[in-house]
Design a protein around this ligand. Structure first.
Ligand SMILES: [Zn+2]
Length: 401
């Protein structure tokens, strides 16, 4: 272990014996009591020294025996320490490419804020290299989103679409102006490759088993499909159990979600059934919208498209990184001009064959309060926060800043 105090958080002394790590309420915490000598010792925890060398430095500074180990242990339990040499084989391989790691260093620092274990953040970042994601739709939202996932280190991001790039598909971070007239899928794949911090991993051995898709993002250019996702088109994904995330822009409203974990959370058909329950005219309207002429270019301004792509990519990455999938069972929506995000629930519907309603009922009926080992939905982040708080050592607490 080569302990390094997480560099993502600035340090400051609140008083003579209390250190505050971080500035913002979301991640700041304070540690105390801490004497000045120990505080000075924190500067040595920069990942350059292993524990034996740190103990020797501690003795040289007249710190009591065992003090250095106790300090590192305390900081580790508070989630404030990383291991500069930590992580598994994928992390070691990533460290061997410092130019790639430099590109991803802000992403790694972000991950370090939500990964308490030393070495955990680089493990998560390295794990992205082995993931396969497919993005369906190469418009303003789809290509920007695909490029974001690729730039964040996802190893394979495949974009599917038809036709040729039109002038209104062009977006900063998405398809460049030079690609107008080219095939959409080819131009989108090139944008994805350009965003990648590393050359793409080698294609799997054709004789070997190709790993499945970790996630499919459905980002249609057609605004009717954004407003009313096509449940029929998602049937193969439902049957294969492939997680999928809906996103896009319809008439100046950006949509992110739901993230569907097949059989576990509300799906496109659940959404359709609930809408039909609430509004008997819904199926009639949908039929008219779907049969109407496709508009040349819908209301999808660049800032909205970029905000939508950013939020959708964030939800996708959180899910891929193994975080609580906050996008399940909900559609986030924001409209021009203010883009204030609001969430609309997408609950399991009892008439939907996806089975998520049955599952939800079964879980409600469970009286022992224990979570099922097979439950698809992971614990909500609030619960995770409570658990973290419960295990936090005495003398460490969230800073009220
Ligand atoms: Zn359903």
């Amino acid at each position: 272990m080569h302990p390094r105090v997480k560099t993502a958080l600035r340090r400051g002394w609140r008083d003579l014996d209390t250190v505050q790590f971080g500035m913002t309420p979301a991640h700041a915490m304070t540690l105390g009591p801490m004497d000045t000598a120990t505080g000075g010792f924190l500067d040595l925890l920069d990942g350059a020294r292993g524990l034996p060398l740190l103990r020797a430095e501690g003795r040289r500074m007249d710190l009591p025996d065992g003090h250095v180990d106790a300090l590192v242990e305390r900081l580790s339990r508070a989630g404030l320490v990383d291991d500069a040499h930590g992580g598994g084989p994928a992390a070691v391989a990533l460290r061997a490419r410092p130019e790639v790691l430099d590109r991803l260093s802000p992403d790694l620092a972000s991950l370090s804020l939500i990964t308490p274990d030393p070495g955990g953040a680089i493990d998560r970042l390295a794990a992205r290299c082995a993931l396969r994601v497919q993005v369906r739709g190469a418009g303003r939202v789809g290509v920007t989103l695909a490029a974001l996932l690729s730039g964040a280190g996802v190893g394979e991001v495949d974009v599917r679409d038809v036709g040729r790039v039109r002038p209104w598909d062009v977006a900063p971070g998405g398809l460049p102006a030079e690609s107008v007239g080219e095939r959409r899928d080819a131009a989108a794949r090139r944008a994805v490759r350009r965003a990648a911090p590393d050359r793409p991993p080698r294609r799997p051995d054709p004789d070997g088993a190709e790993p499945g898709l970790s996630l499919v993002v459905i980002a249609p250019r057609d605004d009717v499909l954004v407003h009313a996702p096509d449940a029929g088109a998602a049937e193969p994904l439902m049957a294969a159990g492939t997680p999928h995330l809906y996103t896009g822009v319809v008439e100046g409203t950006g949509v992110v979600g739901p993230l569907v974990l097949p059989g576990g959370t509300g799906c496109a058909r659940c959404l359709h059934e609930h809408r039909t329950d609430r509004d008997p005219a819904w199926p009639r309207l949908i039929a008219q919208w779907r049969s109407g002429r496709t508009r040349r270019a819908g209301a999808c301004d660049l800032t909205l498209a970029t905000a939508v792509a950013g939020l959708a990519a964030a939800h996708a990455l959180a899910f891929l990184d193994g975080e609580s999938p906050s996008g399940t069972g909900v559609r986030w929506e924001a409209s021009v001009p203010a883009l204030r995000w609001r969430e609309r629930p997408v609950r399991p519907h009892p008439a939907c064959p996806c089975g998520s309603a049955e599952r939800a009922k079964g879980e409600h009926a469970s009286t022992d309060g224990a979570r099922h080992a097979t439950m698809v939905v992971q614990r909500p982040s609030a619960e995770r926060g409570e658990r973290t708080d419960a295990t936090r050592p005495t003398g460490t607490w969230r800073a009220h800043v």
